[in-house]
Ligand binder design. Structure first.
Ligand SMILES: [Zn+2]
Length: 323
């Protein structure tokens, strides 16, 4: 599960250049003209090969800063805005040709105009010369438009992307009337290769998202049918979600709010957040009681997970089924 995907033909040059298949479906969507623009990270020493792949597929590419990811204790205490940094902390510098270290942040598009707009509005917080440079709020929303996200999802993001007040993914769940997800609106593999969308939808059955994702799926099916099958396989399953950077995909079925499973896969965000794999492995069934995850083995309770209580990035666990 969730291994690097190597396309047989279509867009294989990008995977070869980057050394991974992260955001492969988004690259395909831009190449096929379904998505106006995107951004991506490329290891600096592989940037030439990546640029060549862009040329081959008719994409314009613009380099932003080079990111040098750093552990928190490496950041000088006198850095202005230090506390504003999100989970990814990085020093930024301009890209120089032939550079070997760091990851180049790039924007891609088939149109120079869309590329210019994405570049103007696409920001990530990073440290430049002892100061944290962060995005103006207005640009965040304009950027969603540049990336081709549905207006309903941009609006929902605008009102619920507050890491002190909400768990965004749980708000999207509350906004899902039937509580049953459509695999086309499953955002949980977005940072891996196996997703048709890259935005967090306003609901797990958002009609606009589903329509767009099904066009992406159709085009991938015509170019790389095996890949489309593999994406579906990864998406069509239940997920246990804690917050944006901690969630698990299951080989299992959800019945009467109990999740019966053979295996759990951590697919969410930062690897250090995979705190519960061992506990999940001890069981074969789980359910949510209050905020606790109760784990059973052959009908007997074997573990109880209490999610972290914190003011920032609150955790409200829920199970959403996309099968
Ligand atoms: Zn929506």
């Amino acid at each position: 599960m969730f291994e690097t995907y190597y396309p047989k033909r279509f867009c294989k040059e990008f995977v070869a250049a980057k050394g991974d298949s992260l955001q492969l479906t988004m690259i395909m969507a831009v190449v096929m003209g379904l998505k106006p623009a995107m951004d991506d990270w490329v290891p600096a020493q592989r940037f030439d090969a990546y640029q060549k792949a862009c040329r081959k597929y008719g994409l314009f590419v613009e380099t932003d800063a080079v990111f040098q990811i750093t552990p928190e204790n490496n950041i000088p205490l006198n850095t202005v805005g230090r506390q504003q940094l999100s989970t990814t902390k990085a020093f930024g510098s301009l890209y120089k040709k032939g550079q070997k270290k760091g990851a180049v942040h790039v924007f891609l598009s088939r149109s120079k105009d869309h590329l210019r707009q994405a570049f103007a509005n696409g920001w990530y917080p990073l440290i430049i010369k002892n100061r944290v440079v962060d995005r103006p709020l207005a640009d965040t929303f304009r950027y969603g438009q540049c990336l081709g996200y549905p207006a309903c999802c941009i609006r929902f993001f605008q009102s619920h992307n507050n890491w002190y007040r909400f768990s965004y993914l749980h708000e999207a769940y509350l906004n899902t009337a039937s509580k049953k997800g459509s695999f086309l609106c499953n955002p949980f593999n977005k940072d891996l290769a196996y997703s048709y969308i890259y935005h967090m939808p306003c609901s797990y059955r958002c009609p606009k998202t589903a329509r767009w994702a099904s066009r992406v799926k159709d085009l991938i099916t015509s170019e790389e049918p095996e890949f489309a099958r593999s994406i579906d396989f990864h998406l069509k399953r239940p997920y246990l979600v804690f917050y944006e950077q901690k969630y698990y995909a299951f080989d299992g079925v959800l019945k009467d709010r109990r999740l019966f499973y053979k295996k759990a896969f951590f697919s969410g965000g930062v690897k250090d957040n995979n705190l519960y794999e061992r506990q999940l492995e001890t069981g074969d069934c789980l359910f949510i009681e209050g905020k606790d995850i109760v784990i059973l083995k052959k009908g007997r309770i074997v573990e109880r997970i209490k999610p972290s209580e914190k003011g920032f990035a609150p955790e409200t666990p829920f199970i959403v089924d996309f099968s």
